[in-house]
Design a protein around this ligand. Sequence first.
Ligand SMILES: Nc1ncnc2c1ncn2[C@@H]1O[C@H](COP(=O)(O)OP(=O)(O)O)[C@@H](O)[C@H]1O
Ligand SMILES: [Mg+2]
Length: 377
Amino acid sequence: MHVCSLRLSHFRNYDTLEVEFHPQLNLFLGSNAQGKTNVLEALYCLSTTRSFRGSSDDEIVQFSQEAAAIESVVQREEGQEQVRLELRRDKPKTLLVNGKKQKKLSSLLGRLPAVVFSPDDLFLVKGGPSLRRRYLDTMMFQMDAGYLAHLQQYERALKQRNSLLRQRVPNLESQLAVWDLPLAQHGAAIMKRRLEISAQLSRSAGEALRDLTGGAEKFEVRYEPTLPVEGDEGSLEKKMIEAFTKARREEIARGVTVVGPHRDDLGLWVNGQMLRKFGSQGQQRTGALALKLAQLDILAEGCHTAPLVLFDDVMAELDDKRQAFFLNRLQQGGQAFLTGTAPADFAAAQAKARVFRVEAGKIQMTQEGPKPVPVRA
Ligand SMILES: Nc1ncnc2c1ncn2[C@@H]1O[C@H](COP(=O)(O)OP(=O)(O)O)[C@@H](O)[C@H]1O
Ligand SMILES: [Mg+2]
């Protein structure tokens, strides 16, 4: 599977754009603030319906315009498909597939999986737990629409419950209890799934880190929930309700829900040491790369297709050995989009790619790239 073409209108700094991609490697070169990341962002929106920069539609729609559109033709095994996403300032997005409006945006998820590599990935290791939860969640909901439904309902229930806690309404205890059950039901489903994926992640990230460090570093990813995830979903639900009851006084004192998957974390350990606290900057960067490579492997398996690889300003940070490693990985399958400010950023990749020059919201192809070699769709 690959994206054949992309058309944008009033998306960020693009009035209109039409580009045809290489089925394997695509490089975008240009100075800062010209629109390179915006192209990757548009592709990621087609993959997940949202921006990887956490931007709202209001920020994405071009200044002084009311609506933006992202449209692409995707080549699948079963044929070509046209996907169009329309974004408006204060209205929900619309999704059209082959010209037909889709009832649910989420029908897009998992059809065109994508993984972004960016210098900000370092925060996956160094930053707070919310980034690691988001990493887990974006991976999970591309593979499992049921997970997204649990997550959305959990978040809705949590919001209601926290607002009761903040307002200190009368009969607070009995009002809180109303939300305990939905929170426990969706929470238990989320925690079970996170536990499973964490085990898979630990294996996959472990392999990736071994490859990246020539076997020197052993990576362990541990799921760290606020209460032990044991037994089946039903008994976990019961345990969560007990935990809410136990935490009642603390919750009322602090005005927030203190137990549940919204407080989960992933523990990252390298050679038995906590990466966030004891890893060198280099080890932390490599750990983050390994987490992203694991995401690539897990999504490929879970979505039954090689994800798009969006490599935003990352090549320049890698030494020659790592560049060669990634180039080799990228050529094993899937379609890749890389950005950089100078040709030297890409080293060997350049000869094998279609190259585009990005300047002030305009894109020009400067090298067509090799005739594609057949790969797995
Ligand atoms: N909603 C928007 N409307 C118009 N221009 C925008 C919008 N959002 C961002 N931009 C512009 O996009 C440019 C940044 O694009 P970006 O893709 O991040 O650059 P880079 O080439 O450095 O990756 C900036 O010039 C910024 O002003
Ligand atoms: Mg950029």
